[in-house]
Design a protein around this ligand. Structure first.
Ligand SMILES: O=C(O)CCC(=O)C(=O)O
Ligand SMILES: [Fe+2]
Length: 351
């Protein structure tokens, strides 16, 4: 598919303007950017990053690489490299189609291939092996050139020492931060109807920061503060950044975990397959996800508690609890929202 040729539909979020990492080399530049990031993360819950260091050609190459685990690997080999989410609470390897329940007996039609930033942790399908140096370079770029600068801005936004969150996200520290490639396959009319055109239910990501490489098939929506789902607009070679549960917990609710979902694209885009490239960041496994009380900002605005501080899960406990339950557990319906308890914390799913 020729990425970049499709146009998104007209219903797009217009309020968030992309910004540049460029000026962030000086303390003044970072202070300015921190204001923008804080504004985005405490209101809409996402922002774009442009000028992040990858050229359009490098980004295109990553999407070509992203397609390989889906298009060039046989079903049998995919099975051999399937992840064991329910048992290990870890997404490494394939998340094959039909694994999650969406709604009314309908299961998902999307595949992931998840690769830890330490690409040697597991084996990979034969055609993926020669691509591992490139995938590792991609992980490192995301971690050091995108994630760490964002984490510095988020620390400044809480008036904490700049390296506070960076120190929780060591590239070589034990933890799960990983690259995800993802492919959505077409669904039947019946499946579309029974799920109200929802491909991936409204959810929050469980890590700290998600980096999504913007791609042209519109389908991602964010639940805006006014309670309406809004399309996320495609911007060529931009990154869409959102916070997840772990960042919400660490920031005492100040930075909101963004509620987002994936729905059937608008009619003019329904014949395209949708390919995704992501970097899912988590803090190091041993970090306790309790609010950073030392933040002067939190001392002023107060903390929204999800659990008592001494009961706060570690990153490892939280990611394992959420991963093993996701799409497999019995959810309790409460109107439009479905709920479950993970590690004593209420988790919501939205239609
Ligand atoms: O495909 C997308 O745009 C979003 C996927 C997503 O939300 C996820 O994998 O957590
Ligand atoms: Fe997500």
């Amino acid at each position: 598919m020729a990425l970049g040729e499709q146009r998104p539909p007209s219903t797009t979020i217009q309020s968030t303007s992309p910004f540049y990492f460029g000026p962030a080399t000086t303390p003044e530049g970072r202070a300015e950017l921190a204001k923008l990031v804080t504004e985005a993360m405490t209101s809409q819950g996402f922002f774009y990053v442009v000028n992040h260091g990858y050229s359009p050609e490098q980004t295109k190459r990553i999407f070509d690489v992203a397609n390989v685990p889906f298009e060039q690997v046989s079903d049998a080999e995919k099975q051999a490299y399937a992840g064991t989410m329910k048992v290990t609470g870890s997404y490494q390897g394939y998340k094959l189609r039909q694994y999650w329940h969406i709604d009314n007996g309908v299961h998902d039609q999307l595949e992931h291939y998840n690769i830890n930033r330490d690409v040697t942790k597991r084996g990979h399908p034969e055609v993926v092996r020669p691509l591992l140096p490139e995938i590792e370079a991609f992980a490192k770029h995301n971690h050091l050139n995108v994630l760490h600068p964002i984490l510095r801005l988020l620390a400044i936004g809480l008036e904490l020492p700049e390296e506070t969150f960076v120190n929780f996200h060591g590239y070589d520290a034990p933890g799960e931060t990983y690259v995800r490639f993802m492919k959505y396959y077409p669904r039947t009319k019946d499946e579309e109807e029974k799920t109200g055109q929802v491909w991936l239910k409204g959810h929050t990501d469980f890590g700290t920061i998600t980096i999504l490489y913007s791609q042209p098939v519109a389908a991602l929506q964010i639940l805006a503060p006014d309670g309406k789902w809004k399309w996320v607009k495609h911007i060529d070679n931009a990154l869409v950044i959102n916070a997840g549960d772990a960042m919400e917990f660490l920031s005492g609710g100040y930075y909101r975990a963004t509620i987002h979902r994936v729905v059937q694209p608008p009619p003019d885009q329904q014949t395209y397959t949708r390919l995704g490239a992501f970097y899912f960041a988590m803090s190091d496994d041993d970090i306790k996800l309790a609010p950073l009380m030392q933040s002067p900002v939190l001392q002023r605005v107060g903390i929204k508690r999800r659990f008592e501080d001494d009961k706060a899960p570690t990153m490892e406990e939280w990611r394992k609890g959420r991963t093993s339950a996701y799409g497999q557990s019995e959810l309790t319906k409460k109107g439009q929202v479905e709920e479950e308890m993970i590690n004593g914390v209420l988790v919501k799913h939205y239609n």
